[in-house]
Design a protein around this ligand. Structure first.
Ligand code: PBG
Length: 369
């Protein structure tokens, strides 16, 4: 292959040049310097040739604008209350629910593959009207935070802050008499949740419920409880998306009736995201998020431009992962190249960080495994 020959000796021989370049070599004589040769015989002299910088892998690396590294990736981890178990999630091949102890061992293996940050989701033993396991000091996520902290002190631990996995009805907050999410009553619960997560040792909390005022409420709660250093990654622009389907199997947090359209954003809107972002930054969000990623890269770009100074995260969600895995299992596409192309595209659109279920695989590929 031409490409490989170039990789070996770093030079490009005239005989290997296709099309236009070959025509030039015919008139100017084989072996003449490409740079010095005039474009004889052409009515349109080609002074500008973007292909010059694509000739070799080394040249391409020099001019590459976007690089995805393990520092950019955050691995989601599902932790179940069940002792001593690991359950593979059918719609997310390679991803499991881990018992508390095994979750720490899994994070240790992920860290060995290069993962530097995890975001935790819990599957509690019992669910109730207020989602009390989410703020119980011995709730499943609090136990997992402590276990991971102890075993992998160098890993950044982010706790997802929402109630949908913990409420008996699967909604992201308390319900009022009309069975709608009661915004302001939910804020009080979220304040308790973040304090429990911070006490367990979370570096960062990530409110994901799209409850109005959630960032300000939990910033106040963290500060009052003596945790001014715990950061907030707000799911600032979270769409009501069908791409969350596999996650709801994984986290067992599907609503038992209705849906989340009264609080998550309408996929048709992007200007509304500007408002959500501005509110969250004003309330004290340390980082912003767009979720899902792939169908919303315009929103990623727009958020990057609105707040160039605020780190931006994109969530490469469960449905996006499941589509790639399913096609790869059929042999319909090259998993490794597709994953790197997707992650590069998300970063190129403007994300600094990507939450992705592919993180461990990417780390292994980088180590040649
Ligand atoms: C809610 C939450 C969801 C996801 C992350 N946090 C589901 C939802 O809003 O219904 C979805 C993540 C994914 O699909 O990978 N706590």
């Amino acid at each position: 292959m031409v490409e490989h020959e170039m990789e070996r000796d770093g030079t490009m021989r005239v005989e290997e040049l296709p099309g236009q370049d070959r025509m030039m070599s015919d008139s100017a004589g084989a072996g003449a310097s490409l740079a010095a040769r005039p474009t004889a015989g052409s009515a349109h002299p080609l002074l500008r040739r973007p292909r010059r910088l694509r000739r070799t892998p080394a040249l391409r690396a020099l001019v590459r604008e976007t690089n995805v590294t393990m520092d950019d990736l955050i691995l989601p981890v599902f932790v179940t209350h069940e002792p001593d178990t690991e359950h593979e999630i059918a719609s997310m091949p390679g991803i499991r629910q881990w018992s508390v102890e095994r979750s720490a061992a899994y994070v240790e293996r992920a860290a060995a593959a290069g993962v530097r940050a995890v975001i935790l989701f819990g599957i509690p033993e019992s669910k109730d009207a207020t989602g009390s396991d989410a703020y119980d000091p011995d709730g499943v996520v609090q136990r997992a935070i402590r276990a991971i902290r102890e075993r992998c002190p160098e890993v950044v631990v982010i706790a997802d802050t929402c109630l949908c996995e913990y409420t008996e009805h699967g909604h992201c907050g308390l319900l009022d008499a009309r069975l709608e999410v009661d915004n302001d009553a939910t804020l009080e619960i979220l304040r308790r949740v973040v304090v429990a997560q911070a006490e367990a040792g979370a570096d960062m909390v990530a409110p994901s419920g799209m409850i109005d005022g959630m960032v300000g409420a939990i910033r106040g709660a963290l500060d009052q409880a003596g945790f001014p250093g715990v950061a907030i990654l707000s799911y600032s622009t979270k769409y009501a998306s069908a791409f969350y389907g596999p996650f709801r199997d994984a986290a067992q947090g599907a609503p038992s009736f209705g849906d989340r359209r009264s609080h998550q954003m309408d996929p048709a809107n992007s200007r509304e995201a500007l408002r959500e972002n501005a509110l969250d930054v004003a309330e004290g969000a340390d980082m912003l998020m767009v979720k899902p990623a792939l169908a919303y890269l315009d929103v990623v770009r727009q958020t990057r431009e609105q707040f160039p100074e605020v780190p931006l995260v994109a969530y490469n969600v469960s449905g996006e992962y499941a589509m790639v895995k399913a096609a790869a299992q059929q042999g319909w596409l090259d998993e490794q190249r597709i994953v790197m192309e997707i992650l590069t595209g998300i970063k190129r659109a403007g994300a600094d960080l990507i939450i992705t279920y592919h993180a461990v695989d990417v780390g292994r590929w980088a180590h040649g495994g």
